[in-house]
Design a protein around this ligand. Structure first.
Ligand code: ATP
Ligand code: BTN
Length: 333
């Protein structure tokens, strides 16, 4: 493709990469023009468009441009600049649910993998159709990854746990916090939820044709921003880290991690890795819990997971129960 026919998103990501490499320094208009193979006027037009997304550039006479501000909200251009190898990123200011949009795009035949990222969701969903609080401008991330794995359905049992453990590892390393996984799909700090995962699949003829992995993560949400019903049980990564966190840098890091974890998962089931990581991040380890499954309620002490990711519960009567799905409540200790 001739350079001038490149999509704007790609050109702008390449320009931003030059600014990120220069840090506080200047990049000359000529250098920018050379990198993207466009005229200086065309470069200026792209910088101007990026300003509408929340970037600010200072023009310094005969020295070029300096990046002086980045958007606080989700910026597809910045994420692309930070993750050059990311698959196509579909960005929407608002959508019903990024999982639903990813599903629609798959049904319409869009090539996978791709990512759907939204600044807000009007019908963000959790398990059992519960509402996932998804306003714009709140410092939360809402995104879904779409894949066509072509694996047998039983290979997917460990998928959400594997993703959750990878996210716990990543967030622990990048923020110095100790996030925990609440079986099967919640990211927590103690009693407070920082994120949730929603994995949905379409299975045809014993093969997983389409897979959507949705993630909602509260990155920079201020404590005062929560609605009253969620406030006592929600938190954000920045609150836990005790310092501001950049939404786009966090998004870029987690996109890289999810893609790497997916590639690893597709090659072989990561049973040993999960057993290891489980010891570090299991919120429920040895805790008294109640599991609700349909109309049945069971109480007991957790005994970890088996090699298919099912939760093991030891009852007071000495029986060990195994749950492939269910809703867990921690009992006060
Ligand atoms: P929990 O264990 O917290 O009761 P759950 O796993 O049973 O949750 P889910 O469907 O996983 O239920 O999650 C939806 C719940 O998460 C909602 O009912 C609400 O309480 C909470 N919630 C909704 N949005 C957010 C958010 N952005 N951050 C943290 N918690 C949220
Ligand atoms: C849960 O806690 O039950 C899972 C919550 C998952 C929320 C994310 S936000 C992005 C994606 N789109 C949705 O509608 N849900 C997931």
């Amino acid at each position: 493709m001739p350079r001038s026919a490149r999509p704007a998103a790609e050109i702008e990501a390449a320009l931003l990469r030059e600014f990120l490499a220069a840090g506080e320094g200047c990049v000359s208009g000529a250098a920018l023009a050379k990198v993207v193979g466009l005229s200086r006027v065309a470069v200026w037009a792209h910088l101007h468009r990026l300003e509408t997304e929340g970037f600010a550039f200072e023009a310094l006479h005969s020295r070029g441009y300096r990046l002086t501000a980045r958007p606080a909200g989700p910026s597809p251009a910045l994420i692309r600049a930070l993750v050059p190898a990311a698959p196509p990123l579909l960005f929407l200011d608002s959508v019903d649910s990024t999982n639903d949009e990813a599903g629609r795009q798959l049904t319409a035949g869009r090539a996978a993998p791709f990512i759907v990222l939204a600044a807000a969701q009007t019908r963000g969903r959790g398990r059992f159709g519960r509402v996932w609080h998804s306003p714009a401008g709140a410092g939360n991330l809402y995104l879904s990854f779409a894949f066509r794995p072509g694996l047998p359905p039983e290979r997917m049992h460990l998928f959400t746990l594997w993703m959750g453990l990878n996210l716990c590892e990543l967030l622990a390393t990048t923020t110095g916090t100790a996030p925990q996984l609440k079986w099967p799909n919640d990211l927590h700090f103690g009693e407070r939820k920082v994120g949730g995962m929603l994995t949905e699949a379409r299975i045809d003829a014993d093969t997983i044709r389409e897979l959507v992995f949705g993630l909602g993560l509260n990155v920079a949400t201020p404590a005062a921003a929560w609605p009253r019903d969620i406030a006592p049980r929600a938190t954000s990564l920045a609150c836990q880290a005790g310092r501001p966190l950049d939404l786009n840098t966090t998004a870029a890091a987690l996109i890289e991690r999810v893609l790497a974890a997916y590639s690893h998962f597709i090659v072989r089931p990561p049973r040993d890795e999960i057993a290891d990581l489980w010891k570090r991040h299991d919120l429920l380890a040895g805790r008294q819990i109640t599991v609700v499954q349909g109309n049945d309620t069971h109480t007991g002490t957790t005994r970890g997971i088996d090699d298919e990711g099912a939760l093991l519960l030891r009852t007071a009567a000495g029986r060990t129960l195994r749950f492939r799905a269910g809703e867990v409540t921690l009992r006060k200790e």
